[in-house]
Design a protein around this ligand. Structure first.
Ligand code: PGA
Length: 248
């Protein structure tokens, strides 16, 4: 049985004051969750997460990682730096980075490797645009995204990643994939994993992301291949995030 995993993606939101309210709200109410929980935060707030969350059931991590280990790469943050602040996870290949920062499938694959080298668990994001879905290209697009990553991984490392299927048209739009639409893509992703490492395919958590909210989480999480959620907007309010954690 795969343990469910609910991860928050704060994106470029937060302040010391607002984060303190959010994190204290989480800590006060989370109890002993049945699922794994994490927040992925802007890099300047990793120290605050370490301070506030150490000893709690909530892990933390970054939202991007450099492919380089160190050196003259202004503005980049290395995997070792994320790990230095106690990060357990890092998001790689979010569609906002693919779209606004031109990240290719190959770069996302390199970032996945870079995260693993630093001992982090990469949350690898994949997903199709609305035009791609309407053209019947979902499996081709998402399949190519995951295959690029798998082609760069050692067989033994396949089980060390988390995947997040995030249809681009559902992110921040209030539109959600139906549970069956998401399940179909998750099953396809798991079969791609199985081609590389059948045992790992059974254990890798595949999250759904894209307007997951307290009122739709339960139905999505009931699908056999949906192992959790990557939550944007609803992760910024303790009550909403906690309700999704409860649903899991
Ligand atoms: P959303 O974002 O929940 O606000 O749609 C999800 C994500 O982009 O990770």
């Amino acid at each position: 049985m795969r343990r469910k995993f609910i991860a928050g993606n704060w994106k470029m939101n937060g302040s010391l004051a607002a984060n303190a309210i959010l994190l204290n709200g989480l800590k006060a109410e989370i109890g002993r969750p049945a699922c794994a929980v994490a927040v992925c935060v802007p890099a300047p707030y990793l120290a605050q997460c370490r301070e506030e969350l150490t000893g709690s059931p909530v892990a933390w991590g970054g939202q991007d990682v450099s492919v380089h280990e160190s050196g003259a790469y202004t503005g980049e943050v290395s995997g070792a730096m994320l790990a230095d602040f106690g990060s357990r996870y890092v998001i790689v290949g979010h569609s906002e980075r693919r779209t606004y920062h031109g990240e290719s499938n190959e770069l996302v694959a390199q970032k996945t490797v870079s995260a693993l080298k630093a001992g982090l668990i990469p949350i690898v994001c994949v997903g199709e645009s609305l035009a791609e879905r309407e053209a019947g290209r979902t499996d081709a697009v998402v399949g190519a995204q995951i295959d690029a990553v798998l082609s760069m991984l050692d067989v033994g490392d396949v089980g060390k990643i988390v995947i997040a299927y995030e249809p681009v048209w559902a992110i921040g739009t209030g539109k959600t994939a139906t549970p069956q639409m998401a399940q179909d893509v998750h099953a396809m992703l798991r079969s791609r994993l199985a081609m590389k490492n059948a045992d790992a395919a059974e254990t890798v958590q595949i999250l759904y992301g894209g307007s997951m909210k307290p009122d739709n989480a339960r139905d999505l999480l009931a699908m056999p291949d949906i192992d959790g959620g990557l939550i944007g907007g609803a992760a910024l309010k303790a009550a909403d995030f906690l309700a999704i954690i409860k649903a899991a």
